[in-house]
Design a protein around this ligand. Structure first.
Ligand SMILES: Nc1ncnc2c1ncn2[C@@H]1O[C@H](COP(=O)(O)OP(=O)(O)O)[C@@H](O)[C@H]1O
Ligand SMILES: N[C@@H](CCOP(=O)(O)O)C(=O)O
Length: 314
């Protein structure tokens, strides 16, 4: 469980007066999540999730919440932000930006089935199609982000980690980033951010990494997250091909994307290796904190570097 900023009943009751959601019945810190403080909230009008946003600056919220509303408006299943009485999409609670979202049914996935993986491939491609119509603001230059974080981490790393890092940063620099189609993307579509009821996708959550970046990057983050089993150190290539096939049935990759595909899988692994290293070496204080082990992503990088692991179909 991650609760960085505790909330009392009195504080929540007062905060909820900004919304037309009825009277507070109960609330409970959520036993999952890494980066933000989340509570399930039950009121006389319904079920919600309150997030105190810890992971991004308040200036990013209009972009993120607008992106979710645009996706939802185009029929993509996702949690919806609740408007405040004055129509704003976020307020402030305990000095943190606060967002109230609809509570989705379904559960986050641990081990996605083939069918669930196909659904996510299709959904991701549809999200990218919607993004093509949106403005390309809040660009994050992934290579630059990785390079800057690497410089902070370098003095703390073991020799083998440094070598893996340097080699992967160099490969990331060789990608022709400017040629790749880009737009607003989720950027953290791990199975625990997709709530399913059986094979039905109830909705996507946790858009706090959303930014404008290459669609190929978002696809590779998703492939690594859904197909690489960190505990067994195994990449399920059949599942990856299933996701790729469903994705490409809606949005085929162009030549530039196909050329950069293998290198982008490495970048996607590198990005999350670095953020997990950051959370290990520079931990954020909190009442209850969940951390993910960097080792899984380092092993994935080594595996991706060893061989031409995944060939694009078609
Ligand atoms: N809109 C929602 N509907 C239902 N459950 C949610 C919703 N948002 C978050 N959750 C629950 O809260 C957990 C943590 O949320 P998440 O956004 O992943 O946190 P963090 O940003 O800290 O990683 C999820 O695993 C899920 O169980
Ligand atoms: N998915 C990332 C961590 C980000 O945490 P989340 O709970 O917001 O998805 C990882 O696995 O490193």
């Amino acid at each position: 469980m991650s609760v960085y900023t505790p909330v009392t009943q009195a504080q929540l009751e007062k905060y909820l007066q900004h919304y037309a959601v009825g009277k507070l019945i109960s609330f409970k810190g959520i036993e999952a999540g890494v980066e933000n403080t989340n509570y399930f909230v039950t009121t006389s009008e319904g079920e919600y999730v309150l997030t105190l946003v810890e992971s991004v600056d308040i200036s990013q919220l209009p972009f993120i919440l607008d992106y979710i509303e645009q996706l939802s408006g185009q029929g993509i299943a996702c949690a919806k932000p609740i408007h405040m009485q004055d129509s704003k999409l976020y307020g402030q609670l305990n000095d943190r930006p606060a967002v109230l979202m609809s509570r989705l049914s379904g559960s986050p996935l641990e081990s996605p089935t083939d069918q669930q993986s196909s659904v996510i491939g299709l959904t991701l491609a549809r999200m990218h199609q919607v993004s093509e119509k949106l403005s390309n603001e809040k660009q994050v230059h992934i290579h630059q982000w990785c390079t800057e974080l690497s410089s902070q981490l370098m003095p703390r790393l073991a020799e083998t980690e440094k070598q893996t890092l340097q080699h992967n940063l160099q490969d990331a620099g060789n990608i022709a980033w400017e040629t790749l189609p880009s737009g607003p993307v989720h950027a953290d579509l791990f199975p625990d951010n997709a709530l399913f009821d059986g094979d039905r996708l109830c909705g996507l959550i946790d858009f706090y990494h959303a930014c404008s970046a290459p669609y190929l990057y978002d696809l590779c983050v998703t492939l690594n997250a859904w197909c690489y089993d960190e505990s067994a150190a195994q990449y399920d290539f059949n599942k990856a091909l299933l996701i790729l096939d469903s994705y490409q049935s809606v949005r085929p990759l162009n030549n530039d994307e196909q050329k950069s595909f293998s290198a982008m899988l490495q970048v996607a692994a590198l990005r999350f290796w670095l953020s997990r290293l950051r959370d290990t070496h520079f931990p954020k204080e909190g009442q209850v904190v969940t951390r993910k082990d960097p080792a899984g992503k380092q092993q994935l990088l080594e595996l991706l570097g060893e061989s031409q692991t995944l060939q694009l179909a078609g």
